[in-house]
Design a protein around this ligand. Structure first.
Ligand SMILES: Nc1ncnc2c1ncn2[C@@H]1O[C@H](COP(=O)(O)OP(=O)(O)OP(=O)(O)O)[C@@H](O)[C@H]1O
Ligand SMILES: [Mg+2]
Length: 236
């Protein structure tokens, strides 16, 4: 079943055409990766799907409904949740309060239930519950950012570069957690990554974005074998 469908999406910043008529879809239960170099339009695509950036053309469908005009709040309510680039946690709030902000539109009882799942996935967030988020390590802050997104009970979790700036061991942990989130919470994932190898290893399908256009797509297995992808994104 198609959960998210993006049709001929175009997004501009003034005269800069960041995303040019791209079409792609994400099916229920899939992990789909968008790979691309710096400036390819990955963040712009995700921000637009999340309702944080206006689009200049095309349509977004959610569960078959036209979601093109939905604002960010509506998107979150419907289960479209973004964990933004650069671990945007609230530094002067505790870990616990950061998590609760993610669940603001649910009851406390409901949040305590989700919190238990989040704590199972990220035990460090329970251990450091009272610590100010700004004093967490980079990896811990990334886990908090993902944990906060999970508190919104996403149907589609969009992760913008969750591995950015993290040590290799932590990167591995984050990627294996993404798999667990799908397995244990049944969450569909749209992943943006510059770490193409790891992203392709854990995802089902992928799209390659090149200066605002999708130039290649296929199963992640296929793309890992593709000479073009190997040369441009896997450093082979
Ligand atoms: N607020 C903005 N104002 C003007 N141009 C922007 C803005 N945000 C992004 N752009 C431009 O849009 C293009 C796509 O940027 P985007 O952030 O979507 O790329 P990206 O694929 O996420 O790159 P990265 O891998 O570096 O995060 C780039 O050319 C960028 O300079
Ligand atoms: Mg980006």
């Amino acid at each position: 079943m198609t959960l998210l469908k993006v049709e001929n999406l175009s997004v501009n910043y003034g005269s800069i055409r960041a995303v040019r008529e791209i079409s792609f879809e994400v099916n229920q239960g899939e992990i789909v990766t968008l790979i691309g170099s710096n400036g390819a339009g990955k963040t712009t695509t995700m921000n637009t799907i999340a309702g944080l950036k206006e689009l200049n053309g095309g349509k977004i469908f959610w569960n078959g409904a036209d979601a093109t005009a939905w604002n960010a709040k509506r998107k979150v309510k419907e289960g479209i949740v973004l964990s933004p680039e650069g671990r945007q946690v609230f530094p002067d709030f505790s870990v616990y309060d950061n998590l609760m902000l993610g669940g603001y539109h649910f009851s406390n009882e409901e949040n305590q239930k989700t919190l238990r799942t989040v704590h199972e996935l990220f035990p460090v967030l329970e251990k450091r519950e009272k610590q100010m988020a700004g004093t967490l390590s980079g990896g811990e802050q990334q886990m908090l950012a993902v944990g906060r997104a999970l508190m919104s009970q996403p149907k589609l979790l969009m992760l913008d570069e969750p591995s950015m700036g993290l040590a290799p061991l932590i990167v591995k942990e984050i990627f294996s957690l993404i798999r667990r989130i799908r397995e244990e919470m049944g969450t569909t994932v749209l992943l943006v990554e510059q770490n193409a190898r790891m992203a392709l290893k854990i995802s089902d399908r992928a799209y390659v974005l090149q200066t605002g256009r999708i130039t290649l797509d296929g199963s992640s297995k296929e793309l890992l074998q593709s000479e073009e992808v190997q040369k441009a994104y896997l450093g082979m």
